[in-house]
Design a protein around this ligand. Structure first.
Ligand code: PHE
Length: 342
Protein backbone atom coordinates (compact mmCIF):
# COMPACT_ATOMS: atom_id res chain seq x y z
CA UNK A 1 0.00 0.00 0.00
CA UNK A 2 2.83 2.34 0.81
CA UNK A 3 4.29 1.66 -2.63
CA UNK A 4 0.99 2.45 -4.22
CA UNK A 5 0.77 5.82 -2.47
CA UNK A 6 4.26 6.78 -3.56
CA UNK A 7 3.52 5.66 -7.08
CA UNK A 8 0.43 7.86 -7.21
CA UNK A 9 2.48 10.82 -5.99
CA UNK A 10 5.26 10.35 -8.57
CA UNK A 11 2.80 9.94 -11.40
CA UNK A 12 0.91 13.04 -10.27
CA UNK A 13 4.08 15.17 -10.16
CA UNK A 14 5.11 13.96 -13.59
CA UNK A 15 1.80 14.90 -15.16
CA UNK A 16 1.58 18.16 -13.25
CA UNK A 17 4.91 19.27 -14.65
CA UNK A 18 3.55 18.78 -18.14
CA UNK A 19 0.29 20.66 -17.56
CA UNK A 20 0.04 23.66 -19.87
CA UNK A 21 -3.45 25.03 -19.19
CA UNK A 22 -6.10 25.21 -16.53
CA UNK A 23 -8.12 22.46 -18.15
CA UNK A 24 -5.41 19.84 -17.66
CA UNK A 25 -5.05 21.11 -14.13
CA UNK A 26 -8.68 20.57 -13.39
CA UNK A 27 -8.49 17.03 -14.80
CA UNK A 28 -5.48 16.24 -12.64
CA UNK A 29 -7.23 17.58 -9.57
CA UNK A 30 -10.21 15.34 -10.22
CA UNK A 31 -8.12 12.31 -10.96
CA UNK A 32 -5.77 12.55 -8.01
CA UNK A 33 -6.93 14.93 -5.33
CA UNK A 34 -10.74 14.90 -5.28
CA UNK A 35 -12.84 12.76 -2.95
CA UNK A 36 -13.17 10.22 -5.69
CA UNK A 37 -9.56 10.59 -6.74
CA UNK A 38 -6.95 7.88 -6.70
CA UNK A 39 -5.46 8.87 -3.39
CA UNK A 40 -8.81 8.83 -1.57
CA UNK A 41 -9.50 5.44 -3.00
CA UNK A 42 -6.33 4.02 -1.54
CA UNK A 43 -7.14 5.65 1.79
CA UNK A 44 -10.50 3.85 1.82
CA UNK A 45 -8.57 0.59 2.06
CA UNK A 46 -7.01 1.77 5.37
CA UNK A 47 -9.90 0.37 7.40
CA UNK A 48 -8.88 -3.23 6.53
CA UNK A 49 -5.39 -2.82 8.01
CA UNK A 50 -4.11 -3.62 11.47
CA UNK A 51 -4.01 -0.73 14.00
CA UNK A 52 -0.27 -0.42 13.67
CA UNK A 53 -0.19 -0.36 9.88
CA UNK A 54 -3.25 1.92 9.76
CA UNK A 55 -1.27 4.51 11.70
CA UNK A 56 1.86 4.20 9.60
CA UNK A 57 0.18 4.17 6.19
CA UNK A 58 -2.32 6.82 7.24
CA UNK A 59 0.48 9.20 8.19
CA UNK A 60 2.28 8.65 4.89
CA UNK A 61 -0.94 9.15 2.94
CA UNK A 62 -1.56 12.47 4.72
CA UNK A 63 1.94 13.82 4.11
CA UNK A 64 1.79 12.82 0.47
CA UNK A 65 -1.59 14.43 0.09
CA UNK A 66 -0.20 17.63 1.59
CA UNK A 67 2.77 17.59 -0.77
CA UNK A 68 0.55 17.03 -3.75
CA UNK A 69 -1.81 19.82 -2.80
CA UNK A 70 1.01 22.33 -2.28
CA UNK A 71 2.61 21.53 -5.62
CA UNK A 72 -0.77 21.71 -7.29
CA UNK A 73 -1.57 25.15 -5.83
CA UNK A 74 1.84 26.44 -6.87
CA UNK A 75 1.34 25.25 -10.39
CA UNK A 76 -2.12 26.76 -10.77
CA UNK A 77 -0.81 30.10 -9.54
CA UNK A 78 2.03 30.03 -12.07
CA UNK A 79 -0.35 29.24 -14.86
CA UNK A 80 -2.64 32.06 -13.80
CA UNK A 81 0.16 34.65 -13.88
CA UNK A 82 1.47 33.30 -17.12
CA UNK A 83 -1.95 33.79 -18.63
CA UNK A 84 -1.97 37.42 -17.53
CA UNK A 85 1.43 38.17 -19.02
CA UNK A 86 0.57 36.80 -22.39
CA UNK A 87 -2.38 39.11 -22.77
CA UNK A 88 -2.70 40.85 -26.11
CA UNK A 89 -0.22 43.69 -26.67
CA UNK A 90 -1.14 46.39 -29.15
CA UNK A 91 2.21 47.20 -30.73
CA UNK A 92 0.74 50.14 -32.63
CA UNK A 93 0.15 52.12 -29.42
CA UNK A 94 2.60 55.01 -28.88
CA UNK A 95 5.32 54.18 -26.35
CA UNK A 96 5.66 55.78 -22.94
CA UNK A 97 7.38 59.15 -23.22
CA UNK A 98 10.51 59.80 -21.20
CA UNK A 99 10.34 63.00 -19.20
CA UNK A 100 13.40 64.69 -20.68
CA UNK A 101 15.04 67.43 -18.65
CA UNK A 102 16.08 70.79 -20.08
CA UNK A 103 19.53 72.23 -20.45
CA UNK A 104 19.93 75.49 -18.60
CA UNK A 105 20.21 78.37 -21.09
CA UNK A 106 23.66 79.01 -19.65
CA UNK A 107 24.73 75.50 -20.62
CA UNK A 108 23.32 76.09 -24.11
CA UNK A 109 25.39 79.26 -24.51
CA UNK A 110 28.45 77.48 -23.13
CA UNK A 111 28.03 74.50 -25.50
CA UNK A 112 27.73 76.80 -28.48
CA UNK A 113 30.96 78.62 -27.64
CA UNK A 114 32.80 75.39 -26.82
CA UNK A 115 31.81 73.98 -30.22
CA UNK A 116 33.10 77.09 -31.97
CA UNK A 117 36.40 77.22 -30.10
CA UNK A 118 37.18 73.52 -30.39
CA UNK A 119 36.57 73.82 -34.14
CA UNK A 120 39.26 76.54 -34.12
CA UNK A 121 41.72 74.23 -32.39
CA UNK A 122 41.31 75.47 -28.81
CA UNK A 123 41.24 72.93 -26.02
CA UNK A 124 38.86 73.19 -23.08
CA UNK A 125 40.38 73.75 -19.65
CA UNK A 126 39.12 73.76 -16.11
CA UNK A 127 40.17 75.29 -12.83
CA UNK A 128 39.04 75.40 -9.20
CA UNK A 129 36.11 77.54 -8.05
CA UNK A 130 37.68 77.74 -4.59
CA UNK A 131 40.80 79.63 -5.58
CA UNK A 132 43.80 81.12 -3.84
CA UNK A 133 44.15 84.86 -3.42
CA UNK A 134 47.43 84.54 -5.34
CA UNK A 135 45.94 83.07 -8.53
CA UNK A 136 42.74 85.12 -8.48
CA UNK A 137 44.46 88.47 -7.89
CA UNK A 138 48.20 88.74 -7.25
CA UNK A 139 49.39 86.63 -10.18
CA UNK A 140 47.05 88.62 -12.40
CA UNK A 141 48.83 91.83 -11.55
CA UNK A 142 46.37 92.81 -8.81
CA UNK A 143 48.51 92.90 -5.63
CA UNK A 144 46.97 93.31 -2.14
CA UNK A 145 45.49 96.80 -1.68
CA UNK A 146 45.29 97.37 -5.44
CA UNK A 147 42.07 99.34 -6.13
CA UNK A 148 41.03 96.82 -8.83
CA UNK A 149 40.22 94.42 -5.97
CA UNK A 150 37.39 96.72 -4.91
CA UNK A 151 35.40 95.98 -8.04
CA UNK A 152 35.56 92.27 -7.39
CA UNK A 153 34.62 91.76 -3.78
CA UNK A 154 34.02 88.11 -3.07
CA UNK A 155 33.43 85.44 -0.43
CA UNK A 156 36.57 84.72 1.59
CA UNK A 157 37.14 81.39 3.27
CA UNK A 158 37.94 81.41 6.95
CA UNK A 159 41.29 79.65 6.76
CA UNK A 160 44.86 80.94 7.03
CA UNK A 161 48.07 79.96 5.24
CA UNK A 162 51.47 79.41 6.89
CA UNK A 163 52.11 83.14 6.94
CA UNK A 164 48.85 83.69 8.81
CA UNK A 165 47.09 85.30 5.84
CA UNK A 166 43.59 84.57 4.68
CA UNK A 167 44.35 83.16 1.25
CA UNK A 168 41.33 81.21 -0.01
CA UNK A 169 38.35 82.74 -1.77
CA UNK A 170 35.60 81.94 -4.26
CA UNK A 171 37.09 83.01 -7.61
CA UNK A 172 35.69 86.24 -8.99
CA UNK A 173 36.63 85.45 -12.60
CA UNK A 174 37.93 82.61 -14.74
CA UNK A 175 41.16 84.57 -15.41
CA UNK A 176 43.19 82.76 -12.68
CA UNK A 177 42.97 79.67 -14.87
CA UNK A 178 45.04 81.54 -17.50
CA UNK A 179 48.01 81.21 -15.15
CA UNK A 180 47.25 77.59 -14.23
CA UNK A 181 47.05 76.61 -17.90
CA UNK A 182 50.35 78.33 -18.81
CA UNK A 183 52.06 76.66 -15.86
CA UNK A 184 50.68 73.28 -16.83
CA UNK A 185 51.00 73.31 -20.62
CA UNK A 186 53.55 76.04 -21.43
CA UNK A 187 53.50 77.53 -24.93
CA UNK A 188 52.24 77.42 -27.62
CA UNK A 189 48.78 77.21 -26.09
CA UNK A 190 45.17 77.72 -27.19
CA UNK A 191 42.60 77.06 -24.51
CA UNK A 192 39.14 78.22 -23.43
CA UNK A 193 37.97 77.87 -19.85
CA UNK A 194 34.26 78.01 -19.05
CA UNK A 195 33.35 78.20 -15.39
CA UNK A 196 31.37 79.46 -12.45
CA UNK A 197 32.41 82.64 -10.68
CA UNK A 198 31.29 84.44 -7.54
CA UNK A 199 31.11 88.00 -6.31
CA UNK A 200 29.75 89.57 -3.19
CA UNK A 201 27.12 91.69 -4.94
CA UNK A 202 23.94 93.44 -3.98
CA UNK A 203 21.84 91.45 -6.44
CA UNK A 204 19.42 92.98 -8.90
CA UNK A 205 18.16 92.18 -12.41
CA UNK A 206 21.68 92.57 -13.80
CA UNK A 207 23.89 91.44 -10.91
CA UNK A 208 24.09 88.02 -9.30
CA UNK A 209 26.46 86.54 -6.71
CA UNK A 210 26.95 83.41 -8.84
CA UNK A 211 27.51 83.66 -12.58
CA UNK A 212 29.44 82.14 -15.47
CA UNK A 213 32.30 83.25 -17.66
CA UNK A 214 34.20 81.79 -20.56
CA UNK A 215 37.88 82.70 -20.60
CA UNK A 216 40.20 82.18 -23.53
CA UNK A 217 43.92 82.56 -24.17
CA UNK A 218 46.23 82.01 -27.07
CA UNK A 219 49.97 82.12 -26.37
CA UNK A 220 52.87 81.60 -28.75
CA UNK A 221 55.55 83.45 -30.68
CA UNK A 222 54.37 86.64 -32.45
CA UNK A 223 50.76 86.51 -31.26
CA UNK A 224 49.41 90.03 -31.73
CA UNK A 225 46.36 92.23 -31.51
CA UNK A 226 45.23 91.39 -35.06
CA UNK A 227 44.97 87.71 -34.06
CA UNK A 228 42.76 88.66 -31.12
CA UNK A 229 40.57 90.82 -33.30
CA UNK A 230 40.05 88.19 -35.96
CA UNK A 231 39.06 85.57 -33.41
CA UNK A 232 36.59 87.91 -31.69
CA UNK A 233 35.12 88.87 -35.06
CA UNK A 234 34.52 85.22 -35.85
CA UNK A 235 32.82 84.66 -32.51
CA UNK A 236 30.53 87.66 -33.09
CA UNK A 237 29.44 86.42 -36.51
CA UNK A 238 28.78 82.95 -35.11
CA UNK A 239 26.77 84.27 -32.17
CA UNK A 240 24.80 87.09 -33.80
CA UNK A 241 24.91 86.48 -37.57
CA UNK A 242 27.29 87.14 -40.49
CA UNK A 243 26.68 90.89 -40.72
CA UNK A 244 27.85 91.46 -37.13
CA UNK A 245 30.69 93.95 -36.68
CA UNK A 246 33.17 94.27 -33.84
CA UNK A 247 34.59 97.40 -32.29
CA UNK A 248 37.24 97.46 -29.58
CA UNK A 249 37.45 100.29 -27.09
CA UNK A 250 40.16 100.79 -24.48
CA UNK A 251 39.39 99.50 -21.02
CA UNK A 252 41.62 98.88 -18.04
CA UNK A 253 42.18 95.36 -16.78
CA UNK A 254 45.45 94.95 -14.83
CA UNK A 255 46.28 91.62 -16.48
CA UNK A 256 46.17 92.77 -20.12
CA UNK A 257 48.00 95.57 -21.93
CA UNK A 258 46.48 97.10 -23.94
CA UNK A 259 43.13 96.15 -22.44
CA UNK A 260 39.82 96.67 -24.15
CA UNK A 261 36.15 96.00 -24.36
CA UNK A 262 34.86 94.10 -27.37
CA UNK A 263 31.48 95.33 -28.58
CA UNK A 264 29.28 93.87 -31.32
CA UNK A 265 26.65 95.59 -33.43
CA UNK A 266 23.28 95.03 -31.78
CA UNK A 267 21.66 91.93 -33.29
CA UNK A 268 18.19 93.35 -32.73
CA UNK A 269 18.38 96.79 -34.38
CA UNK A 270 21.47 96.03 -36.51
CA UNK A 271 23.22 99.09 -35.10
CA UNK A 272 20.39 101.60 -35.41
CA UNK A 273 19.77 101.87 -31.70
CA UNK A 274 17.08 100.19 -29.58
CA UNK A 275 16.09 99.23 -26.04
CA UNK A 276 18.43 96.20 -25.91
CA UNK A 277 21.58 98.18 -26.81
CA UNK A 278 20.42 101.21 -24.83
CA UNK A 279 20.20 103.16 -28.10
CA UNK A 280 23.93 102.95 -28.81
CA UNK A 281 23.76 100.33 -31.57
CA UNK A 282 26.50 98.32 -29.79
CA UNK A 283 26.51 95.53 -27.22
CA UNK A 284 29.37 95.21 -24.72
CA UNK A 285 30.14 91.51 -24.74
CA UNK A 286 33.75 90.65 -24.02
CA UNK A 287 36.73 91.91 -22.02
CA UNK A 288 40.01 91.33 -23.84
CA UNK A 289 43.59 92.37 -24.47
CA UNK A 290 47.18 91.25 -24.90
CA UNK A 291 48.46 89.31 -21.91
CA UNK A 292 50.55 91.52 -19.60
CA UNK A 293 54.26 90.53 -19.42
CA UNK A 294 53.98 90.06 -15.64
CA UNK A 295 51.15 87.57 -16.16
CA UNK A 296 53.17 85.61 -18.72
CA UNK A 297 56.02 85.54 -16.20
CA UNK A 298 53.68 84.29 -13.45
CA UNK A 299 52.67 81.53 -15.87
CA UNK A 300 56.33 80.57 -16.24
CA UNK A 301 56.81 82.03 -19.73
CA UNK A 302 59.42 84.51 -20.92
CA UNK A 303 57.68 87.64 -22.28
CA UNK A 304 60.74 88.35 -24.46
CA UNK A 305 59.99 85.13 -26.34
CA UNK A 306 56.24 84.67 -26.04
CA UNK A 307 53.20 86.87 -26.36
CA UNK A 308 49.50 86.16 -26.26
CA UNK A 309 45.98 87.45 -26.02
CA UNK A 310 43.22 86.81 -23.49
CA UNK A 311 39.49 87.39 -23.46
CA UNK A 312 36.58 86.75 -21.10
CA UNK A 313 32.90 86.43 -22.01
CA UNK A 314 30.10 86.85 -19.50
CA UNK A 315 28.00 83.81 -20.30
CA UNK A 316 24.95 85.06 -18.42
CA UNK A 317 24.86 88.21 -20.46
CA UNK A 318 25.22 86.25 -23.68
CA UNK A 319 22.37 83.92 -22.77
CA UNK A 320 20.22 86.87 -21.66
CA UNK A 321 20.66 88.56 -25.03
CA UNK A 322 20.17 85.39 -27.02
CA UNK A 323 17.02 84.25 -25.23
CA UNK A 324 15.64 87.64 -24.28
CA UNK A 325 15.91 86.97 -20.54
CA UNK A 326 15.33 90.09 -18.49
CA UNK A 327 16.50 89.06 -15.02
CA UNK A 328 19.86 87.40 -14.34
CA UNK A 329 18.55 85.89 -11.09
CA UNK A 330 16.35 83.50 -13.06
CA UNK A 331 19.34 81.36 -14.04
CA UNK A 332 19.90 80.02 -10.54
CA UNK A 333 16.31 80.23 -9.37
CA UNK A 334 15.45 76.61 -10.14
CA UNK A 335 12.11 77.87 -11.44
CA UNK A 336 10.68 75.06 -13.58
CA UNK A 337 8.44 77.43 -15.52
CA UNK A 338 11.53 79.36 -16.57
CA UNK A 339 13.69 76.33 -17.35
CA UNK A 340 11.05 74.49 -19.37
CA UNK A 341 11.12 77.20 -22.01
CA UNK A 342 14.52 76.06 -23.34
N1 PHE B 1 38.27 88.71 -16.06
C1 PHE B 1 37.69 89.90 -16.60
C2 PHE B 1 36.40 90.22 -15.80
O1 PHE B 1 35.92 89.38 -15.10
C3 PHE B 1 37.41 89.78 -18.07
C4 PHE B 1 38.65 89.70 -18.91
C5 PHE B 1 39.20 88.46 -19.23
C6 PHE B 1 39.26 90.84 -19.38
C7 PHE B 1 40.35 88.39 -20.00
C8 PHE B 1 40.40 90.78 -20.15
C9 PHE B 1 40.92 89.56 -20.46
O2 PHE B 1 35.86 91.29 -15.90
Amino acid sequence: MKNKIEQIRDEFFKQLALAKNSETLRELELKYLSRKGELSEVMHGLKDLSMELKKEVGELANTVKGEMQTKFDEMSKNLENYGKKSEFIDVSLPGEKFANGHLNPMTLAQNELEDLFTSLGFMIGDGPELESDYYNFTALNIPPYHPARDMQDTFYIDSKNKEGQRDLLMRTQTSPVQIRMMQKYGAPLKVVIPGRCFRCEATDARHEHTFYQLEGIMVGKDINFANLKSILELVGKKLFGPSTELRMRPKFYPFVEPGNNGEYTCFLCKGKGCRVCKHTGWLEIVGAGLIHPDVLRAGGLDPEVYSGFAFGFGLNRLAMLKYNITDVRLFNSGDIKFLEQF
